[in-house]
Design a protein around this ligand. Structure first.
Ligand code: AVJ
Length: 320
């Protein structure tokens, strides 16, 4: 058993799902936030995506971290590593290993919405990094940044390009809230996928094996299970499009026939027209100048900017 700090009960999570579904399915066009992909099956499918030939971001970011972990540890001399997201990932461990080797690591904080995911990652981290103290915090990184534990200087890591799931106003809010929660001199390590040719981007979100398609449709399984909905998941096609205006990839689910869907637990019935598309994710891609502007507007100072050798993915290290 692990002791977790709970800012969000699993009942709050369910209320959040209900509220997002009521809002998103009433909207035109219909939308669902990407955070609902990640039940146990969705998390497995995402892991599978990270191993696909077409999905370059994980490998590109890992290359940067493998090359720079020592430099990051030396520069930050962080006493606490805070990971937004569950914290057992192989990429985070590159940083933890470097901080431990540098002799500064004393505490690890893992923040995640899923209590189950945290239970297991906290146990793994305690085992691997003893005597460092490991705090598991159940919370949403867009709501519960205040009161993050850990002694200064802390290094907050937000990897994978997940910040790209937020639209610009949400990013500004998130980065400012994070900046406000840090003391001057503390650090943010941020992974951002970069703008590149459309074909590479679309292939990364529409792989030949159909793993991403299955991941996308998984959100409908989540609604069926959690809200008693009756989505016929086989009647939805995966769509990935590059939005050149917004510079983001959009994933959508397209209804292949007209249908009515019942969601009894939120007292909702919704109609889909044939070929109607529902947006399930935006994954923003960045130009380096945009990353630095957004960080600066939130009150961060960029200390370092690295990319992988093929210039596909950027990692910035900034200071509050
Ligand atoms: C986990 C949000 C970084 O946007 O690339 C992968 C999720 N979606 N394939 C991304 C995802 C489709 C991923 N992030």
């Amino acid at each position: 058993m692990t002791d977790l700090t709970v800012h969000l009960t699993q009942n709050d999570v369910l209320r959040g799902l209900r509220s997002d579904v009521l809002t998103g399915l009433a909207a035109t066009p219909k939308t669902l936030p990407p955070k609902w992909f990640y039940d146990a099956r969705g998390s497995e499918l995402f892991e599978e995506i990270t191993r696909l030939e077409e999905y370059y971001p994980t490998r590109a970011e890992r290359e940067v971290l493998a090359d720079r972990a020592g430099e990051i540890a030396e520069l930050t001399a962080a006493r606490t590593l805070v990971e937004l997201g569950s914290g057992s990932s192989e990429k985070t461990r590159l940083l933890l290993d470097a901080l431990r080797a540098g002799g500064t690591l004393q505490e690890i904080v893992a923040l995640d919405v899923s209590e189950a995911a945290l239970e297991s990652s906290v146990a793994v981290l305690r085992d691997a990094y003893a005597p460092a103290t490991v705090h598991g915090v159940v919370g949403d990184f867009t709501q519960h940044l205040a009161l993050l534990p850990g002694g200064a200087p802390r290094l907050v890591v937000f990897l994978g390009g997940t910040i790209g799931n937020l639209v610009p106003v949400e990013r500004a809010k998130f980065l400012s809230a994070l900046r406000d929660d840090l003391r001057a001199g503390e650090w943010l390590l941020l992974g951002t996928d970069l703008v590149k040719d459309k074909d590479t981007l679309v292939r990364a979100y529409d792989d030949a094996q159909g793993v991403t398609a299955e991941f996308n449709r998984n959100v409908l399984h989540v609604l069926n299970r959690e809200l008693g909905a009756d989505f016929d998941t086989s009647a939805f096609e995966h769509v990935a499009v590059w939005n050149d205006q917004e510079e983001w990839i959009e994933m959508r689910l397209r209804a292949t026939r007209a249908m009515r869907v019942h969601l009894p637990e939120v007292h909702l019935e919704v109609d889909f027209a044939e070929n109607e598309e529902m947006r399930t994710e935006v994954s923003s891609k960045f130009r380096p100048a945009r990353v630095s502007t957004e960080l600066a507007e939130a009150g961060f100072t960029i200390a370092k900017w690295w990319t992988d050798r093929l210039n596909r993915f950027g990692v910035s290290l900034s200071q509050a």
